[in-house]
Each structure stands twice: as C-alpha cells, then as structure tokens.
Ligand binder design. Structure first.
Ligand code: SF4
Length: 290
C-alpha cells in the first residue's frame, strides 16, 4: 500500500485495512477542520487503487482482512460505476472481507439516486460515516459546512433506505457560547429524524491553521468550558428520540467519557453527567486530542 499524507479513519475502523480511493477532501472549507488542508483533492486512478489492494493482499497474506475502509474524505464523490468496480475488486482480492465502509459527505450522498445507493449496498458498501457536526443551520453556515440540516437529514434517510448502516458525528461546542441551546436542540432534532445506527459526539478543539482558531484568537468565537459542554450535552440527550442508536462520546476530545444506547440509557448518561459536574472531574486540557 502507498499512503499519501496523513490518513484519517473513524475510531471504530482501528482494525480495518485502509485504502485511499480519494486524496483529501473535495470541499476542504469547514472552518474547524484541518485534516486535509495540506492535500489537493483528487480521485485516484482506479488502477493505482487496485495495485494498492494487491500489495495489501501480499502484505496480509496470512491475515483475514474482515473490514476495509475507503479513505480519504469522501469516497461517495466517486462515480457509482467506479465505486462498484472497486468494491468488486475488494471482494475478489479479499473474499473474506465482511464490511466495507467510507466517509460520505451529505451533499454527495444526495447526488446519488436511491437506485445507485441500493446498488452500492448490494455490492457490499455497508456503512457510511457522515460528519453532520450540528443540526443547527446557523452553526452549519458559520462553520461553512456547505449543507443545511434538511440536506443532512435527507442524506441520512437515503442511506438508511438503501439499507446501509449510518454513523453520524456531531461536535459539542461547535456553536460556541452564542448558539449553545440551538446547537443542542437542533442536533437532537436532526438525530431524531435520521435515527442513525451510530452517533459519535466529539468535543471541539480549535486547531492552529483553521479559520475557527483565528476567530477564537481574535475574540470572535468563544469556546465552551467543560461544564458548558456537559450542559449542552444534557439538553441534547434530554431531547433526542432515536431508539436503538448506539451513542459514543468517549473520544480523546471529550471531557467526560459517555457511552450507551438511546433511548434506554439516556437517564444513566444524564446521571453520569450530573455526577461529573458535581465532582468537577473532567479530562484535563493537556490530555484532550483529536
Ligand atoms: S469536516 Fe469533512 S467536509 Fe469539512 S473540510 Fe473536514 S473533511 Fe472536509
């Protein structure tokens, strides 16, 4: 395999073979994100991708590659016929592969027809990770996400209709102090509408090299403290209705690790938040990371 630049994958793909189908992010405009700032977006030549698959097979000839993640930012921007070609090659080269997944930007999901998504699912694209970040249109516009909450909901529902597993990411604190309540309540509405199989909550860290970092330094954006982040999360959890969604807020960026399944574990998680607030016990800033 040949990897170009830093390669990102969701935490739950830690054990997966990662193959870059695209390089970078086609949008690369979100004000909080510096994952692909150093990469000029391109879709890799399919022959190169197949070569990588063959190299990986050689390297992992004694291993069972059960999961494969198509990086970088957005595999779904690739034409459906090319995606189907690569998925077929994956199955031919790794017949033991049980799950193929990728990041999918909502705008690109919405560009695919229901039939195309169903074809991709049938071929073996099982799971899409979608960065929603917020369900609040003002926050989405402020961070230049390039989509509205309605468009994210449409994309999530399309993926579910195709039978794919949907994993959504939201970011605590992304609305700053100005939009705490709206960010929480509208994100709860977004998740209640989509009812994804998985939901991950990160907590905002402003990173040098991003527009949001410059805004923060210029005093135009106010970061939430740990108590405010937890209060925001409380509003979210109280208002979300997404039976069966597996919820994780146990990422390196989170002040307090939380995990559970909606709706049955909502009260347990709310009690954990209350306990952490009372004890004032939060992950120290120096141990938080992306
Ligand atoms: S958050 Fe996602 S869509 Fe936005 S710039 Fe980063 S990788 Fe691209």
């Amino acid at each position: 395999m040949r990897y170009e630049g830093t390669v990102y994958r969701p935490p739950s793909e830690a054990g997966s073979l990662i193959i870059q189908l695209t390089i970078g992010c086609a949008r690369n405009k979100c004000t909080f994100c510096n994952m692909f700032k150093d990469k000029k977006f391109r879709i890799r030549k399919l022959d190169e991708v197949v070569e990588d698959l063959e190299m990986a097979r050689e390297y992992y000839k004694d291993y069972h590659v059960r999961r494969l993640f198509l990086a970088d930012g957005d595999a779904l921007i690739v034409k459906t016929k090319d995606l189907l070609y690569i998925i077929d090659k994956i199955h031919a080269i790794f017949p033991e592969c049980e799950r193929i997944s990728a990041y999918g930007a909502p705008a690109d999901v919405n560009l695919k027809t229901d039939e195309e998504l169903a074809q991709l699912k049938k071929a073996g694209l099982d799971m899409i990770y979608m960065g929603a970040e917020s369900g609040d249109d003002k926050v989405l516009a402020d961070v230049k996400k390039g989509v509205t909450a309605a468009e994210i909901i449409k994309a999530g529902k399309k993926l579910k209709k195709a039978g794919m597993l949907v994993s959504i990411t939201l970011i605590s604190g992304l609305g700053g102090k100005e939009r705490v309540y709206e960010h929480a309540i509208n994100s709860a509405k977004l998740i209640s509408e989509i009812k994804p199989e998985y939901l991950g909550f990160l907590t905002l860290i402003v990173e040098p090299g991003t527009e949001l970092y410059d805004d923060y330094k210029a005093g135009k954006f106010e970061l939430l403290g740990p108590v405010e982040v937890l209060q925001e999360l409380e509003v979210f959890i109280k208002n979300v209705d997404s039976e069966g969604t597996v919820f994780r807020a146990n990422h390196a960026s989170n002040y307090v690790p939380l995990r559970g399944t909606f709706n049955k574990d909502k009260d347990i998680m709310l009690a954990q938040i209350e306990k952490a607030k009372k004890a004032g016990r939060f992950k120290p800033e120096m141990f938080r990371g992306i």
